[in-house]
Design a protein around this ligand. Sequence first.
Ligand code: F6P
Ligand code: MN
Length: 353
Amino acid sequence: MADLDQQDLDHEYALDRDCTTLSRHVLQQMQSSVEAQDLSAIMNRVALAAKLIARRLTRAGLVEDALGFTGRTNVQGESVKKMDLYANQVFISAFQQSGLVCRLASEEMENPYYIPDNCSIGRYSLLYDPIDGSSNVDINLNVGAIFAIRQQEGEDDGTAQDLLQNGHKQIAAGYVLYGPSTMLIYSVGTGVHAFTLDPSLGEFILAAENIQIPAHGPVYSVNEGNFWQWEESIRDYIRYVHRHEGYTARYSGALVGDVHRILFQGGVFLYPGTVKKPEGKIRLLYESAPLAFLVEQAGGRASTGTEEIMSVVPKQLHDRTPLIIGSKEDVALVESFIQEHQRDQRERLLASG
Ligand code: F6P
Ligand code: MN
């Protein structure tokens, strides 16, 4: 027993000795870049928002006005939860005095939120999903936040036209996972790195560096309740995994949680288009593109089924895309079903004259 205790202590000290904080890590990653200080400061603010939101989530069942709906619907017509609004506001407050970010766009706001005072210092935009998977909030299951940073291009007349560009315009992206512990995963284009919040220190501490997603994994993550709403190609893919050994289904109802599992253990998440929603449900600028940036940095892929997510140019801020994301081989397998069906359709059309 005494030995065990000593081992535990040694382990804890070992972690304490080389603990790297998030802001230090960003600076290290961007050594010679002129943006290093800016991005380190921006990540610090994202971390502050994450800590405030994590604190509220951990006590959500005990405090007033944390659970349930607001009674309003957002720009996509979805019911807004109190936690969605709270978290959206926390990001705004965290960036209000930060300098640097002069525009925030979120899926909870029809138009971007402008902070003109910050525009002379920095011309960065933060795009974010403040609470991802918010249906999980009321039952105390994992939720997340997704974010991306872009540089403003040209003048903005209030319509944020320059945000309507592809995912390669992102200079950083990441997500926060509120689970048994709170984790922040980010990339500034130099690999993917994971941090765990140590609540006693109030700091995100480096947990895993240069994460590489396995080329293939056992997990397929999809809402099979939509089976009869999908195109035949997706149904065929699902039939394939049902009939072959080595596949297992996991679906948490929060994209961040499902992608997190896949980032570490491999597999594929898909949210294809449905009859009612041909573009699916996942928003390009706040969800698909940031996660595509991250997963590609980890050696994985993200596709609409016919196009790389990173290449998709939105027509509008709140555009959605079908999303197939995860291990290279598993994404390619889903795509092969989609492409095969498209080939068949073309041939049938040609044959019918
Ligand atoms: O943000 C959209 C989202 O909440 C994702 O987090 C999640 O993966 C998905 O929607 C769940 O949608 P559904 O309930 O239709 O499966
Ligand atoms: Mn979401």
